[in-house]
Design a protein around this ligand. Structure first.
Ligand SMILES: OC[C@H]1O[C@H](O[C@H]2O[C@H](CO)[C@@H](O)[C@H](O)[C@H]2O)[C@H](O)[C@@H](O)[C@@H]1O
Ligand SMILES: [Ca+2]
Length: 791
């Protein structure tokens, strides 16, 4: 059991504003203090929160991101609000934390009615009047310890339904200064307590006053709030001198001498100079700065395997306050998960959807600008900005992403320029990446994931290719390592492996690494996903040139491609022709009238590839399906992919039998991924299948919310959509990012976070309430179908 309030410490003067971290020092003194909040005296005989409410400082249950019980951890527990600060927001933060922390101990000493306490326990009605939200007064370290001792029975620093503790802990109420106690019950509240205490400890707090509302918050509100106020922040990075020491290191650098290293494209001399100066000024960093050559060949990329490094991204100019001179600062971006430090391709698009909902528009805009920089300087949107990804892209979403950002900033100066730049970049990418050799198939006019490259992808887990390579090592009488070295440097030739890795790189470019759908064949496939996305580019470019740029878009010299001459002007007509042509090719080669949905097309074998993939719905997202095709897909394809927790990546039948010699692949059955859900919802809505979109969204959100509720706030990269109890447990390939946190999950996973915010916009308010009550999809839809739902 925890102890009562902290022993008095002298020295706190009256009429003072107290730093929240010093709560433990001031608690006793507050009884006598004549407090001031924004210059208004706060009488200890009046509930301080009420007082603050009357002066408009405190706003319960209004804006989630402000200064109430749901303030983000860094404000609720942090010390951003130093007394010396004059920033309005900072002072408000201070006031709120003070009010939360200070008002209650005042009551503890004097009684909230202002009468002096006679010592010992007061009537419960004083402590916990039903109308007043309860708060607890907590000794952080002690409570954390006893909580973990009694409730974390499997010792993984999480409190989940797998733990066998008593599932109850009593805490001292704040109104009684910790003397009276109330129980916290159940996994969810206890795990929320663990999360809050973990944060409080991190922020150096010894004692806190904790709003019970933070423990029993509706789980849907809590998860959505955490995404909005914490997770995005936890995933935000930038690349410049301030962080190069950390982000410049590559966790996958398995060379003997790992060090921060940055590659700068030849067209960015200011950045080269900037990083060279950083390296000169701070030799302790051991930062290696390397300028990339103009032509980046497969051999060159392979030669960087033993010198892996970051690829520079877009930067802004700013004035260095300490010198008054102009300098550079990295533009921010969001990474896929906590362990990443680099910008990814399609993850960024998915994340931007969530960021826009959460009003982080500048961040989404900044990621579009990074993409434009990448196309300009690296010739493509990179798989991610690491040296080993130089030849590889990922599923393209730039036009849609830029248009969504533009919608939100169109009233701002420079918005049209932003869109123009993005459109020019997308057109260049279209011509030089997706419609150029080796990706385009000249016969069909369709595109394939088929990046350039040589050797074994160095970024995969060390053991990833063991199964494949060991027989070759044996054949050449070499150790595994010797063989890898010999194959990579060309002293051993194995055409069969060359073919394997061509497809393997293509799989990684597809973003679906890995899947039996794509293994050993991907580079030959005109996939339904890629061609839908390129169709969307064609449609977006055409419409935007017509509607935003008056059907005339002059192309500046630096964005000219192929045989375009200076003075070249783009208009919509050609793009319309391109998209009609693609639609005809998709219908001819990819639509299967017997099965009723789209399939990938094998451009080498010249036949459809009958692996059933959830990416078939991307044709609807892109608007490439006819209304009849869309209806057919809803009737014929959807039932094959709809599982308990939403859409599965591929069908079980297509995947085939798995076992020791044929392990699970993460992009196959039974796994479901956020981008698949998001695009299918959008596709269904686009063709008027709103109920289906809502139902699928509900399934996914329910699965996520339930795992979050039962498993200590977990949000992971992907889920097993067939598992009712613990769908977050996925043991396939690279492991499950985001599961092994201690105490509190701090970032979730980028595109999963986004899917939650997007999904909440799709379901209606009844569904949201059912979700908050953790109503399983089947129960909910039965009631819903009978139209008897009462919420
Ligand atoms: O290192 C292994 C592979 O990791 C990436 O793939 C997976 O994570 C990405 C980031 O979330 C995601 O974009 C991709 O769809 C996932 O399969 C990387 O993209 C691969 O190239 C890499 O080999
Ligand atoms: Ca546990």
């Amino acid at each position: 059991m925890e102890s009562g309030p902290h022993a008095p410490e002298p020295g706190t003067s009256p009429s003072t504003i107290v730093h929240p971290q010093r709560l433990e020092q001031v608690v006793p003194a507050l009884a006598k203090a004549s407090l001031q909040v924004d210059g208004i005296p706060v009488n200890s005989s009046v509930d301080t929160d009420d007082k603050l409410r009357t002066v408009g400082v405190l706003r319960y249950n209004t804006s989630h991101d402000s200064l109430h019980e749901f303030a983000p951890a860094h404000i609720y527990y942090g010390d951003e609000h130093d007394i010396g600060s004059t920033a309005k927001g900072a002072i408000r933060s201070k006031v709120r934390t003070y009010s939360t922390s200070a008002a209650i101990p005042i009551g503890a000493e004097t009684g909230i009615d202002g009468q002096p306490k006679s010592g010992g326990r007061r009537r419960a009605s004083y402590d916990e009047p039903a109308s007043v939200p309860r708060k607890f007064f907590i000794n952080v370290v002690q409570t954390l310890q006893s909580l973990l001792e009694s409730e974390d029975t499997d010792g993984n620093y999480q409190i989940t339904i797998d733990d066998g503790g008593p599932k109850t802990l009593s805490l001292g109420t704040a109104n009684s200064g910790g003397y009276n106690r109330a129980d916290i019950r159940g996994t969810y509240m206890l795990s929320n307590l663990l999360q809050e205490l973990t944060y409080a400890k991190q922020f150096g707090r010894r004692y806190i006053v904790l709003d019970e509302a933070r423990l029993n918050e509706n789980p849907v509100d809590r998860l959505s709030r955490l995404i909005r106020t914490s997770f995005w922040d936890g995933l935000t990075r930038r690349i410049d001198a301030s962080v190069i020491e950390v982000v410049g290191f590559d966790p996958k650098d398995r060379t003997g001498d790992p060090r921060p290293r940055i590659y700068v494209p030849i067209g960015a001399p200011e950045q080269l100079e900037y990083y060279q100066k950083v390296a000169r000024d701070r030799p302790d960093l051991r930062l290696e700065v390397i300028q990339l050559p103009k032509d980046i060949t497969a051999d060159y990329v392979k030669s960087l395997n033993d010198k892996p490094g970051l690829l520079a991204l877009a930067m802004d100019k700013e004035i260095d306050p300490s010198t008054g001179a102009e300098t550079l600062i990295g533009k921010p971006f969001v990474v896929p998960g906590g362990r990443f430090n680099e910008l990814y391709g399609w993850d960024s698009y998915m994340e931007s959807l969530g960021l826009l909902i959460d009003n982080k528009i500048e961040l989404a805009k900044s990621m579009v600008e990074h993409f434009c920089f990448c196309i300009q300087h690296y010739g493509k949107i990179l798989n991610a900005n690491r040296s080993y990804y130089l030849s590889r892209s990922q599923p393209p979403f730039l036009t849609d992403m830029a248009l969504r950002v533009y919608e939100r900033i169109r009233h701002e100066p420079g918005s049209k320029e932003f869109l123009r730049e993005a459109l020019l970049a997308a057109m260049k990418e279209y011509h030089t990446v997706w419609m150029a050799e080796p990706r385009v198939d000249k016969v069909t006019g369709l595109s394939r994931y088929r990046p350039d490259g040589k050797g074994i992808p160095p970024e995969t887990e060390a053991s990833h290719f063991e199964h494949l390579l060991q027989p070759f090592a044996d054949k050449h009488d070499m150790t595994f390592d010797e063989f890898q070295e010999a194959y990579n440097n060309g002293t051993v030739l194995e055409p069969e492996l060359d073919e394997y890795f061509l497809h393997d790189r293509a799989v990684r470019e597809s973003g679906h690494d890995t899947s039996y759908r794509l293994e050993r064949i991907c580079g030959n496939l005109a996939t339904i996903d890629l061609n839908s996305l390129i169709y969307k580019y064609e449609a977006d470019i055409s419409k935007t040139i017509r509607t935003v740029f008056g059907d005339k878009l002059p192309v500046p010299d630096e964005w000219l491609v192929g045989d375009q001459k200076p003075g070249h002007v783009e208009s919509s007509a050609l793009w319309d022709r391109r998209l009609r042509k693609r639609k005809m090719a998709m219908d001819k080669y990819m639509w299967n009238p017997e099965k009723g949905f789209f399939f990938d097309y094998d451009t080498v074998a010249q036949k459809q590839h009958f692996y059933e993939t959830a990416t078939t719905f991307w044709a609807m997202w892109a608007g490439a399906a006819s209304p009849g095709q869309a209806r057919s897909m809803v009737e014929r394809a959807l039932p094959k992919f709809e599982m308990l927790g939403g859409l599965v990546a591929g069908t079980e039948e297509s995947r085939g039998v798995v076992g020791i010699d044929r392990p699970n692949r993460q992009w196959d059955y039974p796994y479901g991924w956020a981008p698949q859900q998001i695009l299918a919802w959008g596709g269904l809505q686009r063709y008027g299948f709103d109920q289906e979109a809502e139902r699928l969204a509900y399934r996914w959100l329910f699965m996520m919310t339930k795992a979050f509720f039962d498993y200590n706030g977990v949000v992971v990269e992907k889920y097993d959509v067939t598992r009712p109890i613990d769908p977050h447990r996925v043991d396939a390939e690279y492991g499950n990012q985001g599961l092994d946190f201690k105490g509190v999950a701090r970032e979730g996973f980028g595109w999963v976070n986004a899917s939650y915010q997007v999904g909440l916009q799709i379901i209606n308010s009844h569904m949201r309430r059912a979700l908050g009550a953790l109503t399983p999809p089947e129960t909910f839809s039965n009631v819903y179908d009978r139209d008897e739902m009462v919420f």
